[in-house]
Write a protein that binds this ligand. Structure first.
Ligand code: SAM
Length: 349
């Protein structure tokens, strides 16, 4: 999986347990990002719908959530990856923009990305392998990048991993069906059927995902956009209408309240942290429209890459709100009061 701000890597085991304890069979991950939470629900047997506004997230969701591993010809997939890996590099838009004008990747790897991406578009468009190959390419590029994990800038000196040759690997697939949806959660939510459990993990401040991960957006869109600045961001992102309401301080609180109220689910699980624009009490109040509310708090190490001020606090608190019928909420959260790992310790409010 890619390096991603706000990724719930550490919370995945807890969220998986909450899913199990709820007895759910269907789940919705409304801000799926890397899809790691959706993958955990699917691994535990759920029919999952994974939603995000980002193009790359849709590709990940088509690969890990929508694709049924039982229907994939593993030999054909392995052969396709071997073929793509054998292609000679080509100096195209990706190399010019992200390896020469900026320095996210070394040119010898950038040229391979150009060649592989062209071949995926020309030879696999419309094939069920398309999102799998694209996912494999993004993961391979992420493993040899020269950033701290966000694409608003790159390291002055090449990172040591950037010297490694790009290597395509088989993506993780799970048996069973699922659904990927790309769109604004506030609109998509009205089109979805009721699920047993909905998980909401929206952006919690002004940090925009589409500009922080613009290289992945462009690698998926493959539209050679005009770009601006040293980071070579997509020029279309300058249009204010492309900004998510969850990144706008005066709009986010109401958008989130409305979403919590609108989502058709028996139980709602919401992630938030103490760097949010909403207070704990405001969030509890927002969740109370669903019924009973319990809050689990996890003390976690902070994701630091976007911070220049290294005197800033190194830990933050991740909150998981569980809202719904009282008996279900209690049976989901009570067993987790004792949750403790080397990195996390739960508190139940
Ligand atoms: C905190 S991240 C989710 C991380 C995810 N749970 C994970 O573990 O990878 C928030 C996500 O919300 C998405 N997003 C932002 N605004 C959105 C909107 N209006 N509708 C749907 N998704 C949105 C972003 O693209 C980003 O992937």
């Amino acid at each position: 999986m890619i390096k991603y701000i706000g990724s719930k890597r550490r919370l995945v085991p807890v969220l998986g347990e909450l899913f199990r304890l709820s007895g759910a069979e269907t789940a919705l991950d409304l801000f799926t990002g890397t899809t790691r939470v959706a993958q955990e629900f699917k691994r535990r047997g759920a029919f999952v719908t994974a939603v995000d506004i980002a193009r790359y997230s849709e590709v990940f969701a088509k690969c890990h959530i929508e694709t049924d591993a039982a229907r994939v010809d593993q030999g054909e997939l392995r052969e396709a990856l071997r073929y793509l890996e054998s292609l000679p590099g080509r100096h195209g838009y990706f190399t010019e923009t992200f390896c020469i004008r900026s320095r996210y990747f070394q040119p010898f790897n950038g040229m391979r990305v150009d060649a592989i991406r062209d071949a995926i578009e020309a030879e696999f468009k419309g094939s069920p392998l398309y999102p799998l190959l694209l996912t494999s390419l993004i993961y391979a590029a992420d493993r040899v990048d020269s950033t701290t994990g966000i694409q608003t800038g790159y390291l002055q000196e090449w990172s040591s991993r950037s010297y490694n040759p790009l290597k395509l690997q088989m993506p993780e697939l799970y048996v069973g069906p699922g659904r990927a949806v790309r769109g604004d959660a506030c609109e998509v939510v009205h089109t979805l059927e009721e699920v047993d459990l909905a998980y909401l993990d929206p952006p919690y401040n002004q940090i925009r995902y589409d500009t922080n991960y613009h290289v992945w957006e462009t690698l998926v869109a493959w539209d050679a956009p005009e770009h601006y600045g040293v980071a070579c961001k997509r020029i279309d992102r300058k249009d204010p209408t492309t900004k998510s309401v969850f990144n706008v301080k005066r709009e986010m609180p109401n958008a989130l309240r409305q979403l919590i109220a609108d989502v058709r689910a028996k139980v709602v699980v919401l992630s938030y942290n103490n760097e949010s624009w909403l207070t704990l009490n405001e969030l509890i109040e927002a969740c109370s429209v669903r019924g009973h509310v319990a809050v689990l708090a996890f003390d976690s190490k902070r994701y630091m890459s976007h911070l220049r001020n290294f005197t800033a606090h190194l830990r933050n608190v991740e909150y998981v709100f569980v809202a719904g019928p009282e008996d279900v909420v209690v049976s989901m959260t009570a067993p987790l009061q004792e949750w403790r790992t080397p990195h996390q310790q739960a508190r139940l409010f």
